[in-house]
Design a protein around this ligand. Structure first.
Ligand code: DGL
Length: 267
């Protein structure tokens, strides 16, 4: 099958998509990646679908101009407005909602699935619709957690304030008896330990990055286009605003993988 050494392009509003990038970089050490964090316009999670669509299209065009071979929306909120699309400007397009929903259905035994996400993701019910389209009798309990993104962006991990918020947000889902919880925002895996403290070991936490890696594996096996064996991979991170705070947290998050200077871009 034909190989392709070009980069995989992906984006999020900020640091969150790096949780997806990390999983993919681990799963595909020979692939190169070009990541965009739209930090100047973060958060996406309280904006209208129209605005998010406009931002998303700008970034996808930018990635296309940089000659990536495929596009990944490493943001659940942006995924909700591109839910049905599998291509953009002639390139394969992947989102994180479908993979998360399938993984949740594989994991649940009680048929009670919780979904946490940004306000826009939860209000659009993208997960509920996708889960029910795959299994009509599944019980879905959605909860918006608007303070989780700022807590993650501030690096408040293993923190009592984060745990207090997690307890409050997750109380209705825990009372409903969920056994599976979709972390329906790519920032949330950064708070996984705090969330797990509240849910306990009886609830399986679903992360987009790990599931997406399996989908990409299947895509390469069917369509080809993986990096050639022995490819010298690169990792480039671009942001719409550069702050030392972002650079520091991104380095910590991506360890042990390193990357060069952040590139500031104008969309
Ligand atoms: N990380 C994004 C997501 O997966 C959104 C964060 C934001 O509100 O900007 O939904």
């Amino acid at each position: 099958m034909k190989s392709d050494s070009r980069s995989i392009g992906l984006f999020d509003s900020g640091l969150g998509g790096l949780t997806v990038l990390k999983s993919l970089a681990q799963a595909f050490p020979e692939e190169s990646f070009l990541y965009v964090g739209d930090v100047a316009r973060l958060p996406y999670g309280n904006k209208s679908p129209e605005t998010i669509r406009k931002y998303g299209e700008q970034i996808l065009h930018f990635l296309k101009q940089r000659d990536v071979k495929m596009l990944i929306i490493a943001c659940n909120t942006a995924s909700t407005v591109f839910l049905k699309e599998t291509a953009f400007a002639g390139l394969p397009l992947f989102n994180v909602i479908g993979p998360g929903a399938s993984a949740a259905l594989n994991a649940t035994k009680s048929n009670k699935v919780g979904v946490i996400g940004t306000s826009t993701t939860v209000q659009g019910h993208a997960y509920e619709k996708t889960l029910k389209a795959l299994r009509s009798d599944v019980n879905v309990y959605e909860q918006a957690c608007p303070l989780f993104v700022p807590l993650a962006e501030e690096g408040m991990v293993n923190d009592e304030v984060t745990q207090l918020m997690a307890k409050r947000y997750l109380a209705p889902l825990m009372s409903a008896g969920i056994d599976t919880l979709v972390l329906g925002c790519t920032h949330y895996p950064m708070l996984k330990a705090d969330i797990a403290q509240v849910t306990g070991a009886g609830v399986t936490l679903i992360e987009s990055g790990d599931v997406l890696a399996k989908i990409m594996q299947a895509h390469f096996a069917t369509h080809g286009g993986a990096a050639p064996v022995g490819n010298k991979s690169t990792l480039q991170i671009c942001t719409t605003d550069v702050t030392s705070h972002f650079a520091r947290l991104a380095q910590t998050l991506m360890q042990p993988r390193t990357f060069g200077e952040l590139e500031r871009i104008v969309l």
